[in-house]
Write a protein that binds this ligand. Structure first.
Ligand SMILES: Nc1ncnc2c1ncn2[C@@H]1O[C@H](COP(=O)(O)OP(=O)(O)O)[C@@H](O)[C@H]1O
Ligand SMILES: Cc1ncsc1CCOP(=O)(O)O
Ligand SMILES: [Mg+2]
Length: 267
């Protein structure tokens, strides 16, 4: 299997480079995702208008696309941005939020998948149904364990020739040949809205510095979240205090602590 790089090295490089990440995310996520990227060490820009999204993607380090509150104008901006990123050979990350919920979301997701994302990041219900399986979820929250999504993730990664990350109580990352399981985080994380969307944007920050190794980049982003989540939960009374402690902890985490505390199992 390919060697997975230590996340601490990638965190150090990411902070030094402070990559510009174009995030086309949803109305719920825009503010927290920008704060998460700033705390982690990247430079977020929420740019989605069709008139400028492709041009911007030509000089951003990476692009992230999230369909959480998409509408026709936003989808047009996403396609323009992906066109610009592809022309400039920049990586892009897809977050198919609740793509199974309506015909409109299914169509938009199929169109974006055809544009060949570098990484897909979703929760277990999203990945299971993206691979063609059936999930009982109806909205943005997962109703399936990650273990049930691992086979689906491998199939999807092979079919799309991309990296697939499934997140939940544990995380699973695969490129269809090599796979990794991560543990850590906190049960408070899904109680704060848009942390998954923010993680997708952070994957963008890491793939911006390792476009040739999106598997290691994705693992590093997930490890950064898992270690910060576990640390932040220790001093939190509930989702509210966890949310701001988590942002502080993302910023305070050193590369050495990340390597020391990350629990990454190579499969
Ligand atoms: N029960 C849990 N225990 C630990 N970490 C969790 C748990 N649920 C989610 N996470 C973490 O929360 C982050 C967001 O993942 P998730 O909730 O699956 O995404 P989404 O918000 O898209 O559904 C990830 O870092 C994931 O590892
Ligand atoms: C609540 C909600 N509704 C539409 S998008 C969104 C945010 C979903 O965020 P996440 O997928 O990170 O839980
Ligand atoms: Mg999500």
């Amino acid at each position: 299997m390919n060697e997975i790089q230590f996340p601490g090295n990638l965190l150090r490089e990411m902070r030094e480079a402070a990559p510009l990440v174009q995030c086309i995310t949803n109305y719920v996520a825009m503010n927290i995702a920008a704060n998460v990227l700033l705390a982690a060490g990247a430079s977020p820009a929420m740019v989605h208008a069709e008139e400028e999204a492709g041009e911007f993607a030509g000089f951003a380090g990476a692009l992230t696309v999230n369909i959480g509150t998409a509408s026709p104008q936003w989808i047009a901006g996403m396609k323009a941005a992906v066109g610009g990123a592809t022309a400039a050979r920049r990586p892009w990350v897809l977050d198919p939020v609740a793509h199974f919920a309506t015909a409109y979301r299914r169509r938009a997701t199929a169109e974006l998948l055809a544009l060949a994302p570098t990484v897909i990041r979703g929760n277990a219900s999203e990945i299971i149904s993206l691979a063609g399986g059936t999930s009982s979820a109806k909205g943005v929250d997962s109703r399936d364990p990650v273990e049930l999504a691992e086979k689906a993730a491998n199939e999807l990664a092979e079919r799309q020739a991309c990296v697939v990350a499934v997140t939940g109580a544990t995380d699973f990352v695969t490129d269809g040949r090599s796979a990794v399981r991560l543990s850590g985080g906190s049960a408070l994380m899904p109680k704060v809205t848009a942390l998954g969307c923010s993680l997708t944007c952070l994957v963008g920050a890491y793939v911006a510095i390792r476009p040739e190794d999106p598997l290691s980049a994705t693992v590093a982003a997930l490890a950064h979240f898992a270690v910060a989540g576990e640390r932040a939960a220790a001093g939190s009374d509930g989702p509210g205090s966890f949310g701001w402690r988590f942002v502080d902890t993302l910023a305070a985490l050193t590369p050495e602590a990340l390597d020391g505390e990350a629990r990454i199992e190579r499969l």
